[in-house]
Ligand binder design. Structure first.
Ligand code: DGY
Length: 321
């Protein structure tokens, strides 16, 4: 008789996912959805075979070094893995997986929402209506910029970037992208590849960040690169806050160098740089790119497929370490 493996599940997951966990594993669930301290997490991991964390748990080299030997896998409920020290996990022989593909549509939807929200001044408009301060209408009232037919530059033409490109094309946008490597031309859908990010930036009425946060991409959108964008450009970030130098972005929004920014992710979230809140030209969402019912279920099932593979001694499809 095979015994069920013990899995620490750090956050509350969809019911269907938790039911599958209960059926196939001995899950240590978090019904109150409380953010564990590191010590609490480590205590919960005693005798566990695997962890199913989210990006809210920071599995640094130090934390991974303190995990009990019983832990064989970290099956992330996320596509991003910047919260996990992959090398430290590898060094300890812990398999790490993520959940690509399944959240591309949901995240691209939020990128388009951020783009429209920034371009059409949605935060200002919504506040006016809610606060009952909307008093009049005139041709000069709440004029934004149109995105139809404009140029969009996508940084990171992976799965999410490709869906953003498709949706942008629905607005007749001229799509440009920068990636470490050119993608298969069959997937480009007529987007123009730029091997040099700096050379693409002057062509971007809209810049959409869709690449992972890595040591190479940290602070990628800095003062110098913002300077290369056309005056009045719009920045959209639905990837990770670490890609952006906040001081530089805020200064460019304050000075009017940039028209607006639509952001779903931030450095140090949820304790974001408070200056973002004071800007009228920022459209701000609370990291909800993948937050749809469909996608949450799919992320959980994908993480569980990976876990099942690890314990069946198969190669998990989404192994990242
Ligand atoms: C992801 O999957 O990386 C999302 O940002 C949620 O963590």
């Amino acid at each position: 008789m095979s015994t069920k493996h013990v899995v620490v599940v750090t956050r509350k997951l969809p019911e269907a996912v938790e039911n599958r966990l209960r059926r196939d594993y001995v899950p240590r669930l978090n019904p109150d959805d409380r953010l564990y301290t590191t010590d609490e997490l480590l205590m919960l991991c005693e005798g566990a075979d695997a962890i199913m964390p989210c990006h809210t748990e920071r599995l640094t080299a130090e934390v991974i070094g303190r995990l009990p030997d019983s832990v064989r896998a970290i099956a992330n409920f996320s596509v991003g893995v910047d919260h996990v020290d992959l090398q430290a996990a590898k060094d300890r022989g812990i398999v790490v997986t993520n959940t690509p593909d399944v959240l591309s549509d949901a995240t691209a939807e939020i990128a388009i929402l951020c783009l429209l929200g920034a371009a059409r001044r949605a935060s200002e408009g919504e506040r006016l209506v809610r606060s009952a301060e909307w008093k009049d209408w005139s041709p000069a009232f709440m004029v934004g910029v149109q995105i139809t037919g404009k140029r969009i530059g996508i940084v990171g033409m992976g799965r999410v970037g490709q869906v953003v490109a498709r949706r942008a094309r629905g607005f007749d946008m001229d799509v440009h992208y920068h990636n470490r490597q050119r993608i298969d031309p069959a997937l480009e859908q007529e987007a123009t590849y730029h091997p040099s990010l700096d050379e693409m930036l002057p062509l971007c009425d809209v810049l959409s960040l869709n690449c992972p946060a890595t040591p190479e991409t940290t602070g990628l959108l800095n003062d110098r690169r913002i300077g290369l964008l056309p005056d009045g450009a719009i920045v959209v970030n639905t990837a990770r806050g670490a890609l952006v130098d906040d001081d530089a972005l805020i200064a460019a929004l304050e000075s009017g160098k940039l028209y607006a920014a639509g952001l779903d992710v931030y450095n140090n979230e949820p304790a974001i740089n408070p200056k973002y809140r004071d800007l009228t030209n920022s459209f701000l969402l609370p990291h909800i790119g993948s937050a749809t019912r469909e996608t949450r279920d799919a992320m959980g099932f994908r993480a569980l497929d990976n876990l099942d593979a690890v314990f069946a001694q198969d190669e998990p499809q989404d192994r990242v370490a």
